[in-house]
Ligand binder design. Structure first.
Ligand SMILES: Nc1ncnc2c1ncn2[C@@H]1O[C@H](COP(=O)(O)OS(=O)(=O)O)[C@@H](OP(=O)(O)O)[C@H]1O
Length: 193
């Protein structure tokens, strides 16, 4: 098993993985592309505090409202486009799409789907999680090989900066047709609108 977020958006990845093993099962975790872009920006900001604002990076031209689709934070969220590239090499049934939102609201349910997809017994269930109010996310009651609870680290679940709501709305409008196409391709409505 191997996990690398950038595979999904790397042009050469599907051909390479397919030539290595055609039967590879693929799992893609997707979340609302607008929140994803803000999360991506928040991660960069934590490493480089001097970068321009999210609002200024979003637009090629703020006056015309032209979005800078070459900015990776925006580009990565055009899921339909990236998926097209994978479907040239893999049947859709070989890819499981996991909802990032449901990984937070119902981690056991979403991991149930993952276990079924992988042909595993449903070992991970509701009993393994609790909601940690301080972290604001679900955490494990017991970490592997330990009797202590375990939450993900500080780099997971950062507070996002407040973004101008007009910019957020403009991004929602931008992503809508791509999201619709993605729902159609996957047969799943992720409820991002
Ligand atoms: N249980 C739990 N605890 C903490 N965080 C959780 C959890 N489940 C999902 N998330 C969301 O995971 C987001 C970070 O994952 P990434 O996709 O950035 O991870 S990766 O580094 O790309 O693998 C992270 O995004 P940010 O909130 O933007 O930090 C979280 O929203």
């Amino acid at each position: 098993m191997e996990k690398t977020p950038s595979y999904f958006v790397t042009k050469e990845a599907p051909a390479r993985i397919s030539s290595m093993s055609k039967g590879t099962k693929l799992i893609v975790v997707v979340r609302d592309p607008v929140t994803r872009a803000i999360s991506d920006y928040t991660q960069t900001l934590s490493k480089k505090p001097d970068i321009p604002t999210f609002e200024s990076l979003t637009f090629k031209n703020r006056t015309t409202g032209l979005i800078d689709t070459s900015w990776s934070a925006i580009q990565i969220g055009i899921y339909a486009k990236h998926l097209e590239n994978w479907l040239l090499y893999f049947p859709i049934g070989q890819i499981l799409f996991v909802s990032g939102e449901r990984m937070i609201s119902d981690p056991a349910g979403e991991l149930g789907r993952v276990q079924d997809f992988l042909g595993l017994k449903r070992i991970i269930t509701d009993k393994h999680f609790y909601f940690n109010k301080t972290k604001g996310f679900p955490c494990l009651k017991k970490a592997e090989g330990s009797s202590k609870p375990h939450c993900l680290g500080k780099t997971k679940g950062r507070t996002h900066p407040d973004i101008d709501q007009e910019v957020v709305q403009r991004l929602r409008d931008f992503y809508r047709p791509f999201n619709m196409k993605f729902y159609q391709m996957t047969g799943q409505d992720f409820g991002w609108d």
